[in-house]
Each structure stands twice: as structure tokens, then as C-alpha cells.
Design a protein around this ligand. Structure first.
Ligand code: HEC
Ligand code: HEC
Ligand code: HEC
Ligand code: HEC
Length: 460
């Protein structure tokens, strides 16, 4: 009697999960409709001078993944903050580190990022170590055409001497002539690119300023930033780079000012030209979405759904756990375990692991390899979850299933079904197994004893 009840319960739980899965499959992300309130500028930004706004190391983050509440950063919110700065006073700088990596989908995301940045913020873009590392061919493919975001750099050229991007550009903002450029560190290395000494590269610009103020985005260490400002008389503002802490006050080096940016695009720095303090806005999750960036995110996700992307080995590594998996074993999916491990299956189906793909679908990220790698079983492996395949629905792999932790199960199932003893065909599970997904960025509160307690199953 007890067994029948348990079986019925399991069937009910599975049916409800399947229904929820189908329902979420059809539903896209909720439409977002925000109009930004027109609030007065804070005191320190009032006036009529240039407002320089900057961000660095943004890594093409369109929005934070949302794996835990309260994540900071993302263009979709930053653009809303920038929209509050009066258009005719603002100079928006995107310092080095904006690119998102070399995998196919990361290129596409970076291109989306630059376009959305251009449309929403009108930013001027500099180059840093991360961009040089991509190499000439890849980097050139990311540089937008004349209608896209302007990219400038004074000290990076192709190996044959041909320029990759213009050295600088001029802007007239709030009554001030500005020449804007960027420099990457001398030791950055990328195929087909040459990086010359920043000081040597800037000297010709100084000669041709003609009364304009020179603004340099510099992906340099703290000491090198000061050195740059000291070596080049006539530099007005250095915005950089590889520093631990943002600077509250612009640092005076002679007539020049140096401001330090904070990392990973989690804060927006703004300096009201000539005033003694910088303003910093934490890009928190209560800032409303910028409509244009939100629609860019949506179309990026729609494109991912239609594209065959070259597999990214790093991604597969997330769920293809190394160790004692028996050769020849393949994924069979959670449903193949249920019959013999009822209590484990009940615990699992009630846990968030069982709904990991639904969470992505609810957010409109169903086809994003960058998310799926931790939210399904065996992403894009021959026997694993297929990013673009959903016919038939892969519900048994579209979750953090039993096999993401225990390893491929076919040999175990065959052995146990035949009544044979275990041959060690499943792999041991350790806290390190969890931390492949529960890492510092995506699960900052992870603590093995606490988390294990919430999904405890198997023998007591
Ligand atoms: C490195 C692994 C990893 C990656 C990559 C990842 N996630 Fe997650 N995600 C997790 C983990 C682990 C949790 C549970 C975190 C916790 O509760 O501590 C989670 C939770 C979530 C949740 C549930 C949040 C809630 O409070 O209900 C959502 C939604 C989510 N992730 C979306 C995404 C999206 C979107 C992406 C891609 C942009 C992504 N994740 C990429 C590991 C990852
Ligand atoms: C035909 C029944 C059957 C099926 C199907 C089955 N198991 Fe088992 N499993 C057993 C038995 C019997 C044991 C040994 C007794 C025990 O530990 O509960 C076992 C043991 C285990 C163990 C303990 C370690 C070991 O290797 O002995 C794990 C973990 C496990 N199973 C996971 C799974 C997973 C994951 C699946 C689905 C891929 C699965 N089982 C499918 C019957 C089955
Ligand atoms: C393949 C990636 C992956 C592995 C491995 C993994 N998890 Fe998770 N875990 C996730 C994801 C993704 C979520 C969030 C699912 C969602 O809500 O969308 C999650 C959520 C959870 C939650 C729910 C958190 C909450 O706040 O309620 C617990 C608990 C948890 N995991 C524990 C563990 C433990 C313990 C291990 C190791 C034994 C582990 N996980 C291994 C990906 C993983
Ligand atoms: C998030 C990771 C994770 C998932 C998902 C998971 N398990 Fe486990 N499982 C563990 C851990 C950790 C243990 C305890 C450590 C151990 O004995 O390996 C365990 C223990 C077990 C045991 C007892 C092993 C023993 O010898 O005591 C069985 C059986 C088992 N799991 C089956 C399953 C089945 C079936 C599923 C899917 C319905 C599943 N597990 C899903 C992590 C997981």
C-alpha cells in the first residue's frame, strides 16, 4: 500500500513538473515597460560643464546572470543611469576589457554589446589587454563600421604597421574641445598586433591638440597611470585601468587629473569636469532596465536559438565530470533512475536542480550556452542535452539531473537491472563536484554542509 502511494506521488510530481516545463517553454520573458522618472541631477553633477562617465572591464555583460539576488552591473541598468546625465554634457567612455572572449557565442554577444552601447549611451570605446589578446583578425571583426560605436587607440596597430582603429577622435562637448584616445599596456600580446610604448604613441597627439583637452583611457597599473600623466605635459585626464579601488577624488599630477575606475562594470564613475570629487553609482538590481538594451538582449537570445555554434570545450567541461566514469557509459537521464531510487527521486524533483532549465526559460535564456553549461546535463555532448534540439523535448536531461553529480548512468542501470553488483560505475561526489557550478560568481553563498542538507538523499 505504502509503495503504491509513493509511486502515485512520484507520478504526480513528475506530471506537475512536466506541465510547468511545457508552460514555461511557451512563455517568453515578460515585456518590460519602464519610463525613467526625470529626477534632478545630484548636487555634485549640477552645473554646465562636461560630465565624464566611465566604466572598465565590462566583459560584454549585457545583464548579470541573476543566479542569486542582488547581483551588480550589466549594460541594461548602466544605460539607464547614463540616460539621466544630460546628453549635451556627457562624455561616455568604455575603457578596455569590454570584449567577451573568443568563443563563437561570445563574439556575437560582444557585437551585440557594442551596438547596444552605441545606441543607448553613445560611448567612445578604448582598447585594453583583453582586446589585444583577441588578435588582429578577431578584433578587426568586432570593430563596428562608421555607423557603430567609435573605437580609438593610440598605441595598437597591425604588425605590418597599418592602423586598426583611428588613434583618436575629437568632440566638442559643453563648450570644451576634447581629443579622446586610449592606450593598452606595452606587454599585451595578440597575434598580428603590435603595441608600442604609450608615451611615444601619445606625443604626436599632444603636438596637434590645438587648444583641445586630451582625455586618455589607459588600461594600465596605478603607477603607470601616474607616470603617463607626468611624462606627457598637456594631458588633461587619464581614466584607467588595472587598479584595486576606484578613486573618490581625481588625483592631481601637475595640471593633469587621474581617475581610477572600478572593475567589471559594477559601478559607473562620473566626474563633473574641474570639481574636486568623482561620483560613483553602484549598478544595483533596482535600477530599471533600459528599453533599447533589453530589446537587444532579446534579439541576441533569439539569434542564439537559430545558430549552430562551434562547441566550446570549456562549456562541455562543466558537466562532463572527469574521474571514474566507466568507458562506454552514456547519459540516460533522471527518469531512468526513478524506479529504483524513489526517495532520491522525490527529493530531487522537489529541488531547484529539477527546475534549472525552467529558470532559464522564464528569463528568456533557453538557448544561451553560457547559462546552459550549469543548468542542464551534459551540454552539447553527443549523449547530452542539445542546446538547439527540443524535439522530442529533452526533459530528462534538461535539468541538473542525477548524472551531473553521479556521472553517466547507463552501465550502472544495466548492471543493476540485471541484478549484478555494482562495478564502481558511478563516480564519487565531493564538494568539488558542486563547486564546478556553485562557484564564487554564481553561488557566492555556497557552503557544502548547508547546501547538501537541502538536497540530502540516499543513505542517511
Ligand atoms: C557556473 C555555473 C552557472 C552559470 C554559468 C550560470 N548559472 Fe545560473 N545558477 C547557478 C547556480 C549554482 C545557481 C544557484 C545559486 C544559489 O542559489 O546559490 C543558479 C541559479 C540561477 C537562477 C535562479 C535564481 C533564483 O533565485 O531563483 C537563475 C534564474 C539563473 N541561475 C539564471 C542564469 C542565467 C540567465 C545564466 C546565464 C547568463 C546563468 N544562470 C549561468 C549556476 C550557474
Ligand atoms: C534497476 C534498478 C536501478 C536503477 C535503474 C538505478 N539504480 Fe542506482 N542502485 C541500485 C541498487 C540496487 C544500488 C545498491 C543499493 C543502494 O545503494 O541503494 C544502487 C546504488 C546506487 C548508488 C550508490 C553508489 C553505487 O554505485 O553503488 C548511486 C549513487 C546510484 N545508485 C545512482 C543511480 C543513478 C544516478 C541512476 C540513474 C542513472 C540509478 N542509480 C539507476 C539500483 C538501481
Ligand atoms: C551542473 C551544475 C551543478 C552542480 C554540479 C551542482 N549544482 Fe546545485 N544548483 C545548480 C543550479 C543551476 C541551481 C539553481 C537552479 C535554479 O533555481 O534554476 C542549483 C541550486 C542548488 C540548490 C538550491 C539553492 C537554494 O537556495 O535553494 C542547492 C541546495 C544546491 N544546488 C546544492 C548543490 C550541492 C550540495 C551540489 C553538490 C553535491 C550541487 N548543488 C551541485 C547547479 C549545480
Ligand atoms: C547535486 C548533486 C546530486 C544530484 C543532482 C543527485 N545526487 Fe545523489 N548524491 C549526491 C551526494 C553528494 C551524495 C552523498 C555522497 C555520496 O555518497 O556519494 C549522493 C548520494 C546518493 C545515493 C546514495 C549513495 C550511497 O552509497 O550512500 C544514491 C542512491 C543517489 N545519490 C542517487 C541519486 C539519484 C537517483 C539522483 C537523481 C534523482 C541523484 N542522486 C541526484 C549528489 C547528487
Amino acid at each position: 500500500m505504502m509503495v503504491v502511494r509513493v509511486v502515485l506521488f512520484v507520478i504526480a510530481v513528475l506530471a506537475v513538473s512536466a506541465a510547468v516545463w511545457w508552460w514555461l517553454r511557451g512563455a517568453g520573458p515578460a515585456p518590460i515597460n519602464v519610463s525613467l522618472p526625470s529626477v534632478p541631477l545630484p548636487q555634485e553633477l549640477a552645473g554646465d560643464g562636461v560630465l565624464v562617465a566611465w566604466v572598465a572591464q565590462a566583459g560584454a555583460r549585457l545583464e548579470p546572470c541573476g543566479c542569486v539576488a542582488g547581483m551588480h552591473g550589466g549594460l541594461v541598468r548602466r544605460a539607464s543611469l547614463i540616460a539621466k546625465l544630460p546628453r549635451d554634457r556627457r562624455l561616455v567612455l568604455e575603457c578596455g576589457g569590454w570584449s567577451g572572449g573568443a568563443a563563437d557565442y561570445e563574439r556575437l554577444r560582444t557585437a551585440t554589446y557594442l551596438e547596444a552601447l552605441h545606441q543607448s549611451c553613445g560611448a567612445i570605446v578604448g582598447l585594453g589587454t583583453a582586446e589585444v589578446r583577441l588578435g588582429a583578425t578577431h578584433l578587426a571583426s568586432l570593430i563596428p563600421g562608421p555607423d557603430g560605436a567609435p573605437v580609438v587607440c593610440a598605441n595598437v596597430t597591425r604588425s605590418d604597421g597599418r592602423p586598426l582603429v583611428p588613434a583618436s577622435l575629437r568632440r566638442h562637448i559643453a563648450g570644451r574641445d576634447l581629443v579622446i584616445t586610449s592606450v593598452a599596456p606595452r606587454d599585451s600580446i595578440g597575434d598580428g598586433l603590435v603595441v608600442i610604448d604609450p608615451v611615444q604613441a601619445l606625443l604626436p597627439l599632444i603636438k596637434n591638440l590645438g587648444g583641445a583637452s586630451l582625455v586618455v583611457m589607459a588600461d594600465l597599473e596605478e603607477g603607470a597611470l601616474t607616470e603617463l600623466a607626468r611624462s606627457i605635459p598637456g594631458i588633461a585626464l587619464v581614466v584607467g585601468g588595472k587598479v584595486g579601488q576606484p578613486s573618490r577624488e581625481p588625483i592631481a599630477v601637475g595640471a593633469a587629473r587621474v581617475v581610477h575606475v572600478a572593475n567589471e562594470g559594477k559601478t559607473l564613475g562620473v566626474w563633473n569636469w574641474g570639481t574636486p570629487l568623482c561620483a560613483f553609482d553602484l549598478i544595483h538590481d533596482r535600477i530599471p532596465d533600459h528599453a533599447q538594451v533589453r530589446s537587444a538582449i532579446r534579439s541576441y537570445q533569439e539569434r542564439l536559438a537559430t545558430l549552430d555554434l562551434a562547441p566550446d570545450e570549456r562549456l562541455a567541461g562543466m558537466t562532463m565530470l572527469s574521474g571514474s566514469t566507466v568507458p562506454g557509459a552514456h547519459y540516460v537521464g533522471t527518469t531512468a533512475c526513478t524506479a529504483c531510487h524513489i526517495s532520491a527521486a522525490i527529493t530531487h524533483s522537489a529541488s531547484r536542480h529539477a527546475r534549472a532549465l525552467s529558470s532559464l526559460m522564464a528569463k528568456g535564456y533557453r538557448h544561451d550556452p553560457d547559462c546552459l553549461r550549469c543548468h542542464v546535463t551534459g551540454l552539447d555532448l553527443p549523449d547530452g542535452f542539445k542546446r538547439r534540439g527540443d524535439d522530442p523535448p529533452q526533459a530528462h536531461l534538461g535539468q541538473v539531473g542525477c548524472e551531473t553529480c553521479h556521472g553517466r548512468g547507463s552501465v550502472h542501470v544495466a548492471e543493476r537491472s540485471a541484478g549484478r553488483p555494482a562495478s564502481g560505475s558511478l563516480q564519487p561526489v565531493t564538494p568539488a563536484t558542486c563547486q564546478r557550478c556553485h562557484d564564487a560568481e554564481n553561488s557566492p553563498n555556497f557552503d557544502y554542509p548547508t547546501y547538501w542538507e537541502r538536497i540530502r538523499h540516499g543513505h542517511p
